[in-house]
Design a protein around this ligand. Structure first.
Ligand code: IPM
Ligand code: MG
Length: 365
């Protein structure tokens, strides 16, 4: 089969270009092994786009993304643009593309791989066997509600961020999470702050209503503060967590650290249409950018999610994941995964290990 998939590649800022380089090499190996071709359209997003195009999300980037079968993104942001006004910050580009492509469902799996148990900051017995997924609402809530900045009558500077959700926005993400839970161990925890927030009370009501359509899945509710505590106390109680945009941002970083390093976590952002956006959960890490030491595995695992969710190449996805785990089992580590920095591999070396492993495996489509 001589299929060609169009991949829109947005390396972004900081370590973005470095980790993306390795992800593309991995895709090229998959192409050699399966006969499926990938064409890459590179675009700018975030700080590099602000510098070159005067906007964090150029029209051209959005056009490339909309024409693609899938979007692969590195990371955005850096101190250089920290003083910019909100609409001219790198993050506005990321939020803009999520919204423009209608990617309301963000899947962030956090799986503890046995050979990384020692890399976690928590006790081995607490984290061994953790296998959960955070389903984060991605195009609503306080991230996208109206923002205001003004001076009050008594001369105080005031800032407002509106946290707003419509029933239908809640319903579709809750449905996504039930579908995900159905394919796993059928245990769904919906996280909110219903003891304080009106939007959370609506969230809970909608979750309860949708639950009637999924009698095979057990739904429970946790308050976000309690969930944050339970995640570090007894994370194995969780299978699928569904939550609104900002809580999901926070809890997914926390969940990531359970598994050893945020440098390992991949994500998929999906919507109604067929297009998906795949990116590591971590940021642009300006402190280590350009040094060739960043962990490329989260981006490589994002490639696996892309193969599975957007391109229907399940076997290839499994092969990539298997190669990553084999490399870790063999003891190879980047700096974020080991205390012994003298033994740590750089970005390209780690990418190369995955490629060598992949070449040893036989991959079908
Ligand atoms: C994430 C990031 C982004 C977010 C930032 C960079 C805007 O933290 O994807 O988790 O808050 O969504
Ligand atoms: Mg985040």
């Amino acid at each position: 089969m001589n299929k060609t998939y169009k991949i829109c590649v947005l390396p972004g800022d900081g370590i973005g270009p470095e980790i993306m380089g390795e992800a593309i090499k991995v895709l090229n190996v998959i192409s050699e092994q399966t006969g499926v071709s990938f064409s890459y359209d590179f675009g700018r997003i975030g700080g590099c786009a602000i510098d070159e195009d005067g906007t964090p999300l150029p029209e051209e980037t959005l056009r490339l993304a909309k024409e693609a079968d899938a979007v692969l993104l590195g990371a955005v942001g850096g101190p250089k643009w920290d003083q910019n006004p909100g609409n001219l910050r790198p993050e506005a580009g990321l939020l803009g593309i999520r919204k423009a492509l209608g990617l309301y469902a963000n899947l962030r799996p956090a799986t503890m791989h046995p050979s990384l148990v020692e890399a976690s900051s928590l006790k081995p017995e607490v984290v061994a066997g953790v296998d959960l997924i955070v389903v984060r609402e991605l195009t609503g809530g306080i991230y996208f509600g109206e923002k205001k900045r003004y001076t009050s009558e008594d001369g105080q500077e005031v800032a407002e961020d509106l946290l707003i959700y419509q029933e239908k926005e809640i319903e579709r993400i809750i449905r996504t999470s039930f579908e995900v839970a159905r394919k796993r161990s059928k245990n769904l925890v919906s996280v909110d702050k219903a003891n304080v927030l009106e939007s959370s009370r609506l969230w809970r009501k909608v979750a309860e209503r949708v639950a009637a359509d999924y009698p095979d899945v057990t739904l429970s509710h946790q308050l976000v503060d309690s969930c944050a505590m339970q995640l570090v106390r007894a994370p194995k109680q969780f299978d699928v967590i569904v939550t609104e945009n900002m809580f999901g941002d926070i809890l997914s970083d926390e969940a990531a650290m359970l598994t050893g390093s945020i440098g390992m976590l991949a994500s998929a952002s999906l919507g109604e249409g067929s297009i998906g956006l795949y990116e590591p959960v971590h940021g642009s890490a300006p402190d280590i950018a350009g040094r060739g030491v960043a962990n490329p595995l989260a981006t490589i695992l994002s490639v696996a999610m892309m193969l599975r969710h957007s391109l229907g190449m399940d076997e290839a996805a499994e092969a990539v994941e298997k190669a990553v785990w084999a490399v870790l089992d063999a003891g190879y580590r980047t700096g974020d995964l080991t205390e012994d920095r003298s033994q740590a591999l750089g970005t390209v070396e780690m990418g190369q290990k995955v490629i060598e492993q992949l070449q040893k495996q036989v991959v079908g489509q």
